[in-house]
Design a protein around this ligand. Structure first.
Ligand code: SF4
Length: 575
């Protein structure tokens, strides 16, 4: 009997962790009687491109073309010998405390990207966290041409060799392609084109957080660019269940599909009833972490950090620059504590890991406290981290109990240390920030802060205040990530940018998650100056944060930040 659905996470994604989406969707659909399997194609692609054999082919191309820089050729020869050792190093149990080895391993993996990109001779940029083709996003026509061009798209050959045979063998009735990051877009479209051409009987459905972030453009995407029967945005569980029932069993009606856009000839159109649903987290079964295709030993981490999504949305949801609320239909929901504990028990039994990295946008202190108390009452030996607001309800007592339950790292969106800038951002991060972070450190919990530089009203003096704050408080902050401001579709500020002196420029690309704008705000910094300002800020802060900018310190997405927090504490950070 053939499979109902093969759910795929395409390249290029995180080599430290599989996206949690397919781990939740797979058991949900199975519980509804569908035969579903999950496949993290991204980690397979990572290993294939980051192999001595592939880098050797790149070196041959560079040598054959002649004129390559000697240093580049030496880099290629070096990484051919080192890449397997670098991958092994990131799996060593003690790696997170050995910053020299971690730096070497990440640089070696990064150097593979330099060689791959050089051997593409300007046709594409490729590394372990990005794949882009110059000018491909200029229009849908350009995107389709790029996807179909074997010279500019190495994923055509890779997917033909590595993905099509498995899909042909498993004969799924439908293929689900989940696009969480922009870096996955071209490979995801490539996969759809190949399946459409070679296995036309397989129905294709797209979904995922990246496509949800560009939902305003879905009806403009030609179906020749995204050859699929349907696109499901926002929460996918019920929509996918109903779409599968229709496709596999002939049950239900197209018109009733929630959160779904259907192929209507040359474009996608919202299903007739335009119904939106959001998933009730109490109705979800326990996630599956190693279901048919998720092989946890392929990831480059000392122990698998289990991404357990215990909440969706944000209980604040009003920051001017953030589109989380529009993506989650402004609804904050959590998994009840008893179910969360059952999920954790099952994950430990299934994976052998006891590290939990909750991939959430926010989590109320009261709910995290309840979870911590339950972990302690149940005697669960776990280590965990989460992304939360600097909410004053994280009292010293609450943080002390969270730490006792295994909390190792909290990631905070501080965004700015200047009160006026935070007010303009509508960011509810107040005077409690320093107290919370000091309490974290007193309890052995590491802290990561994210900042935005160049919010439209922010002056150089206000940014300087943030710089000084980071310098003065480096004893209670472990990881810092600085992002330049970007105008994101769906964020409150995008509804009336002129309020902040911003004017939209004509869009020169498609499916981008940031809108081009010009700032007329007389006090704000010029957008074009921001990269230089941020670079200078990072350089200055290196005195206080020597690992700033190293890839494992990037707060969002984990990489090695979470594992780095789970090693036995060496006590407060020495500066
Ligand atoms: S930035 Fe964070 S706190 Fe603000 S709305 Fe977005 S998720 Fe919520």
């Amino acid at each position: 009997m053939s499979l109902d659905l093969l759910l795929v996470s395409p390249p290029v994604a995180n080599f430290g962790q599989c996206s949690s989406g397919i781990s939740v969707l797979t058991p949900y659909l199975r519980s509804r009687g569908f035969d579903v399997r999950a496949w993290d194609l991204a980690i397979d692609a990572f290993h294939s491109f980051h192999s001595p054999e592939y880098v050797a082919r790149c070196l041959q191309k560079l040598e054959a073309a002649g004129g390559a820089d000697e240093e580049l050729l030496a880099t290629a020869r070096r990484v051919i010998g080192d890449i397997d050792e670098a991958k092994r190093a990131l799996r060593r149990p003690d790696i997170a405390r050995d910053h020299e080895s971690m730096r070497w391993a990440f640089r070696t993996i990064g150097d593979v990207g330099i060689v791959m990109t050089a051997a593409a001779f300007g046709r594409y940029d490729h590394n372990f966290r990005a794949f882009t083709i110059p000018s491909a996003m200029a229009s849908f026509g350009a995107l389709e041409a790029a996807v179909r061009d074997p010279e500019r798209n190495p994923y055509l050959a890779f997917l033909e060799e590595h993905a099509l045979p498995r899909i042909a063998r498993e004969q799924p009735k439908a293929l689900g392609i989940s696009v969480t990051y922009f870096s996955q877009l071209v490979p995801a479209l490539t996969l759809a084109h190949l399946v459409r051409e070679h296995l036309p009987e397989v129905k294709i459905v797209f979904g995922g957080a990246y496509l949800t972030a560009v939902d305003a453009e879905i009806e403009t995407i030609p179906t020749s660019v995204m050859p699929a029967e349907a696109v499901i945005l926002h929460d996918g569980e019920e929509a996918l269940e109903q779409w599968l029932a229709l496709v596999v069993r002939g049950e239900g009606s197209e018109d009733d599909l929630p959160n779904t856009w259907l192929n209507r000839g040359d474009r996608f159109r919202r299903a007739a009833n335009r119904r939106s649903v959001r998933t009730d987290l109490t109705k979800l079964p326990i996630p599956m972490w190693s279901a048919d295709g998720l092989e946890l030993d392929k990831y480059l981490v000392p122990k698998y950090p289990i991404p357990l999504p215990l909440s969706r949305g944000c209980y604040w949801g009003r920051c001017e620059y953030c589109n989380i609320s529009s993506q989650t239909a402004a609804s904050y929901r959590t998994r009840p504590t008893a179910m969360a504990i059952a999920d954790m028990r099952a994950a430990i039994a299934e994976t052998g890991s006891n590290w939990f990295d909750f991939p959430v946008d926010s989590f109320r202190p009261r709910e995290l406290h309840e979870l911590a108390k339950a972990i302690l009452a149940e005697g669960l030996e776990v280590e965990w981290g989460a992304e939360v607001l600097l909410d004053p309800n994280f009292t010293d007592e609450v943080l002390e109990e969270l730490a006792r339950s295994g909390l190792r790292c909290l990631r905070f969106g501080l965004e700015s240390a200047n009160a006026e800038t935070r007010k303009a951002m509508n960011k509810p991060t107040g005077s409690a920030a320093t107290r919370i972070m000091k309490a974290c450190k007193a309890n052995g919990v590491q802290t990561a802060v994210m900042l935005i530089a160049g919010f439209p009203t922010e002056t150089q003096a206000q940014l300087r205040e943030t710089y000084d704050y980071l310098a003065e408080n480096s004893d209670c902050i472990d990881f810092v990530t600085i992002h330049p401001f970007s105008l994101v579709p769906g964020a409150p500020i995008s509804h009336d940018p002129s309020k902040f002196g911003l004017y939209l420029l004509p869009e020169k690309s498609v499916m981008r998650t940031s809108l081009p704008f010009v700032s007329t705000n007389p006090v704000g910094m010029r957008n074009e100056d921001l990269p230089r300002v941020i670079e200078a800020m990072r350089d200055g802060l290196k005195e206080f944060y020597p690992d700033l900018g190293e890839l494992w310190t990037v707060a969002i997405g984990g990489w090695m930040t979470f594992p780095a927090c789970c090693v036995p504490s060496n006590g407060p950070k020495a500066n």
